[in-house]
Design a protein around this ligand. Structure first.
Ligand SMILES: Nc1nc2c(c(=O)[nH]1)N[C@H]1C(S)=C(S)[C@@H](COP(=O)(O)O)O[C@H]1N2
Ligand SMILES: [Mo]
Length: 414
């Protein structure tokens, strides 16, 4: 059943029915009590003030295996999004991955006290309160963020471990270009330095061209204020660039005429132009989230292969899926709007014959760049493709999931 539009009866006959999902098997939801739970729990905070998800939904973030988070000092490093349970393209804010570099904490910032200063090579240095920023024209855009550390390793079992350092939100804020035009950028300026408000000052140098193009000074995330772990009350979004450019707790932007070395450059700046170029424009990259490592197919029959594709260079144009280890490829359907620099959900109807197989996905972005295999990455970087091969910088290589005949799914790198 690989044709693009199989009919509904086809699904039931070929797949779902075989898996015990025939209509007769459905039971009415009689266990559910009527609305009396409202009175039982009274003014329960979750029911009235801020909603909780169902207690039957248990998908949670997890720390990276390589490094405890929180560590012995109670500090957080990298916390991974459970992509294996994701649907659509937006990551729930409470499941957004978290990266606080150098073991920083999440600062508690009173938005009334918070200021954003724009200075350096400008005609009019400016200081904005949050209220003043919110009076300005704003935009709302969907963008992914991805940490440079997001890479599949043979020890990783699940897609949360291999790819969980990327998430996608709907961001609302003022275009940085609006603020820079207000301040009046002087001739000769070529970079900006963005600084966060923590004591270690997450900071990054961004080319002025990018700053004037599509960077966002955000106060909104997924319909509410940016979450504390994502940079409340203000965060810079540099669409498509490596995670470290996405300065949280944004408090200062200095317009300068050269690249400024900051604390962030430790471990992130790379003299090899082949490597550093790829950090400024992440991807194109894709991964199958179902079926993925650690999941189990309940038997032969119909499934939907589902996954996410994204690119730092623009919108996703095409996603292809292989169910035979790369011998043949089929076009997947894009199931969410393909916004520039945003996660895009793809899906493909699949009738599993119950035999061992290898699933791969690869995407092409609007520049026409095709996501490379690990072999192609190794060739590009002129390194041998052996067990030790690690893509330098941003790793956007194709992820393989191996399905065994018992339905279990494993990381193809293992
Ligand atoms: N101020 C500040 N900004 C920061 C960081 C930080 O620790 N402090 N971490 C950076 C890194 S390394 C990444 S990958 C992204 C992660 O954003 P998130 O925690 O919202 O997912 O934020 C970047 N911006
Ligand atoms: Mo990062």
């Amino acid at each position: 059943m690989d044709s693009k539009k199989p009919n509904r009866r086809g699904f039931l006959k070929g797949g779902a029915a075989a898996a015990g999902l025939a209509a007769g098997a459905l039971q009415p939801a009689k266990a559910q009590k009527p609305a009396s739970q409202w009175s039982e729990k009274g003014t329960n905070k979750e029911i009235i003030a801020y909603g909780e998800r169902s207690r039957f939904v248990t998908s949670v973030r997890a720390p990276v295996a390589e490094r405890d988070s929180p560590d012995a000092f109670g500090l957080m490093f990298h916390v991974l999004t459970p992509l294996q349970d994701s649907v659509g393209s937006i990551t729930p804010s409470s499941l957004h991955y978290v990266a606080t570099h150098r073991g920083s904490y999440v600062p508690e910032i009173d938005p009334k006290e918070h200021r954003l200063m724009i200075h350096g090579m400008v005609d009019r240095p400016l200081i904005f309160t949050m209220d003043e920023l919110k009076r300005l024209p704003y935009v709302t855009r969907v963008h992914f963020i991805e940490c440079i550390g997001n890479r599949s390793k043979p020890t990783h079992k699940t897609v949360q471990e291999t790819h969980g350092m990327t998430s996608c939100s709907e961001w609302t804020g003022v275009l940085l270009s609006v603020l820079l035009k207000e301040a009046g950028v002087q001739n000769g300026a070529s970079w900006i330095v963005a600084e966060g408000a923590e004591e270690i000052k997450g900071a990054s140098s961004v080319p002025l061209g990018k700053a004037m193009d599509d960077c966002l000074v955000c106060y909104g995330q997924n319909g509410e204020a940016v979450r504390p772990q994502q940079g409340f009350p203000l965060r810079l979004i540099v669409p498509g660039f490596e995670g470290i450019f996405q300065t949280k707790y944004l408090r200062r932007i200095k317009v300068v005429d050269r690249y400024y070395m900051t604390y962030n450059d430790y471990g992130h700046i790379n003299p090899d132009p082949k490597v550093s170029a790829l950090g400024n424009q992440i991807g194109p990259k894709s991964v199958i989230t179902f079926p993925s490592g650690g999941q189990k197919l309940s038997g032969a029959g119909f499934y939907e292969i589902s996954g996410l594709a994204w690119s730092g260079a623009g919108a996703i144009r095409k996603v292809e899926v292989s169910t035979d280890g790369g011998k043949s490829w089929k076009d997947a359907e894009l199931r969410t709007p393909a916004y520039p620099m945003a996660h895009t959900r793809f899906g493909l109807h699949w009738n599993w014959d119950g035999k061992a197989c290898e699933l791969l996905s690869r995407c092409t972005d609007e520049l026409g760049t095709l996501q490379p295999t690990r072999a192609e990455s190794a060739k590009y970087f002129d390194r041998p493709l052996d067990a030790n091969f690690r893509v330098p910088g941003a790793d956007n290589s194709v992820q393989s999931w191996k399905v065994s005949s018992d339905g279990s799914v494993h990381n193809g790198l293992a």
